[in-house]
Design a binder for this molecule. Structure first.
Ligand code: CP
Ligand code: NVA
Length: 300
């Protein structure tokens, strides 16, 4: 593994390997066991979109590994004034030991990897959010002590989260059923990947998706960059809310996961959110451990 550009590039074994390392790093952090695997290394964090979790977990994670994080907002970088990503990649490769980037187009992340000579980590694009799904799988495995055979139901917008969840679940032996309205389906590239797999289902019926589900997952109806569509989307996703009634149809004791930020009263009710707050904030914490594992795997 040279980069983390998208989960489609990883094997199931590579994903499980990262989760195992993440568990170990979480144990070490909890027990104050030093794990400075990136001593003397500098990692650039390029953000073209907002972030709370990704920024803070990467910055603190790099520090805990003995390295130096550099927060690079595209507002300040020359990339924001039109310097090509191909040139930025070659320049930054001369200073840094790795780059995490959050941006719009997946192609920009792929270009950074192609033109640069250091590991590139995708911190979210319009296409996918691999770091988040590694943390999600880690959280689910902690809860159930396995992944194989579990069923995840995804309710709502077929977005970057859905794309990564489909790939992450199927590669680790989970079943995934997505309930997305017409016009808001996952990316065709991911649907092609999942095509014919008996562990995958795409439906327009949230009730059907959550049947026998061990994990119920949702995300915002309007992702970053879709702010103008917010009103139309609220209408399109009526009936796709994760609420107590829908949870009744899932397995008893099913987990709830959400990448956050959550919009209570839209994709999830306050009642369901608060009833599952421990699981949701464990998931948020696991961003730290999962990403540290990715960086160690790529940069040590
Ligand atoms: N889940 C997630 O990536 O959160 P941020 O947008 O706050 O980084
Ligand atoms: N789908 C959301 C995820 C945020 C972490 C977005 O892209 O805004």
């Amino acid at each position: 593994m040279k980069h983390l550009l998208k989960l489609l590039d990883l094997s199931g074994e590579e994903i499980i390997g990262i989760l195992d390392l993440a568990d170990q790093l979480k144990y070490e952090r909890r027990n104050h066991i030093p794990h400075k695997h990136l001593e003397g290394k500098s990692v650039g964090l390029i953000f073209q979109k907002s972030s709370t979790r990704t920024r803070v977990s990467f910055e603190t994670g790099i520090y805990q590994l003995g390295g130096q994080p550099l927060f690079l907002s595209s507002k300040d970088l020359q990339i924001g004034r039109g310097e090509p990503v191909q040139d930025t990649a070659r320049v930054l490769s001369r200073y840094l030991d790795g780059i995490m980037i959050r941006t719009f187009a997946q192609q920009e992340v792929e270009d950074l990897a192609e033109y640069g000579s250091i590991p590139i980590i995708n911190g979210l694009t319009d296409f996918c959010h691999p770091c988040q799904v590694l943390a999600d799988l880690m959280t689910i495995r902690e809860h159930y002590a396995k992944l194989e055979g579990l069923k995840l139901a995804y309710i709502g917008d077929g977005n970057n989260m859905t794309n990564s969840l489909i790939v992450g679940c199927l590669k680790t032996g989970m079943k995934i059923s997505c309930a997305c309205p017409e016009g808001y389906h996952p990316d065709p590239v991911v649907l092609e990947f999942a095509k014919g797999n008996p562990d995958f289902e795409l439906t327009g019926d949230p009730g059907q998706a959550v049947r026998d589900a061990d994990v119920v997952y949702t995300d915002t109806w309007a992702s970053m960059g879709q702010e103008d569509e917010k009103e139309a989307r609220i209408k399109a996703f009526a009936g796709y809310q994760v609420n107590a009634e829908l949870m009744e149809l899932a397995n008893q004791g099913a987990m709830v996961q959400h990448c956050l930020p959550a919009y209570r009263g839209q994709e999830i009710t306050d009642e369901v959110f608060e009833a599952h707050a421990d699981e949701l904030f464990e998931e948020a914490e696991n961003r730290l451990h999962a990403q540290k594992a990715v960086m160690v795997a790529l940069m040590k």
